[in-house]
Ligand binder design. Structure first.
Ligand code: ADP
Ligand code: MG
Length: 257
């Protein structure tokens, strides 16, 4: 990788408050193309808010946040910065896939229909292409034989894998995962992590909020520990996990490891 390559995600002094509650305090980090960053930290530390800022679900109050070299939600012209037109923002958003703790599949649609929905609404290719692509994605998450099942007839792990396939259907250049396995029964966690690992190995750029330290150690290129809206510590996962430098990191890890 060359030093001049634009990072996929670049946060420089990103701050965000809700009323008087400052929940992100000058967050700076970067994720290079093809990298996996695991974001860990106690509940309330601002992890979801940070992901939501990247995905246009919140707006930052200060600092600069860009995806693939383009400011998120803002347009820069000379020295001036304007808010993006909503149409421009939704176009930028299409490049980003997000998977939540709750799978949020449409209950009245089959797995296949869930995966086909966004490409259909955005008229991405013809019907036959949409369908064959969706079937390929379901195969990729190990659910080729479940394409005509409704969410209610799938396990939590299967539903989350459909949600991942659905996010991939828009061919994102960045995937955000917000505690994708936290709502799953323990025996279903592995199958979802395996799919995410395969995605990482295929070169997808990912930010993963998780408490699965085994996954972070094995799959992530970087681990960022957040607490109270600040980045407390970051580095190569194996190093941070085996030799945390900060007391707050040690205290957190002693609870989750
Ligand atoms: P985490 O994902 O690390 O648990 P969050 O980003 O969800 O943390 O929350 C960080 C802080 O921001 C918490 O204090 C939470 O109550 C607050 N917060 C999050 N979303 C909102 C919101 N929409 N309105 C007001 N406060 C919020
Ligand atoms: Mg959260």
């Amino acid at each position: 990788m060359t030093a001049t390559e634009t990072p996929m995600v670049l946060a420089e002094g990103v701050s965000k408050s809700f009323g008087s509650n400052l929940v992100l305090k000058s967050i700076s980090l970067e994720v290079q193309r093809g990298e996996v960053l695991c974001l860990v930290g106690p509940s309330g530390s601002g992890k979801s808010t940070f992901l939501r800022c990247i995905n246009h679900l919140e707006t930052v109050n200060a600092g600069r946040l860009s995806v693939d070299g383009v400011l998120v939600g803002y347009r820069q012209q000379g020295d001036k910065i304007y808010e993006m037109h909503p149409r421009e923002a939704s176009k930028q958003r299409r490049d980003i896939g997000m998977v939540f703790q709750r799978f949020n599949l449409f209950p009245h649609m089959t797995a296949l229909e869930n995966v086909m929905l966004a490409p259909t609404l955005l008229r991405k290719g013809d019907r036959a292409t949409q369908k064959s692509r969706a079937l390929d994605l379901l195969a990729r998450v190990g659910l080729a034989d479940r394409h005509d099942y409704y969410p209610a007839h799938l396990s939590g792990g299967q539903q989350q894998r459909v949600a991942i396939a659905r996010a991939l259907a828009m061919e994102p250049k960045l995937m955000l995962f917000d505690e994708p396995t936290s709502a799953l029964d323990p025996e279903l966690v592995g199958e979802v992590l395996d799919v995410m690992k395969g995605l990482a190995q295929s070169g997808m750029t990912m930010i993963v909020v998780t408490h699965e330290m085994g996954f972070a150690r094995e799959v992530a290129d970087k681990l960022v520990f957040m607490d109270g809206g600040v980045v407390v510590e970051s580095g190569v996962p194996a190093e941070v996990l085996s030799n945390p430098q900060r007391e707050r990191t040690k205290a957190f890890l002693s609870k989750v490891l």
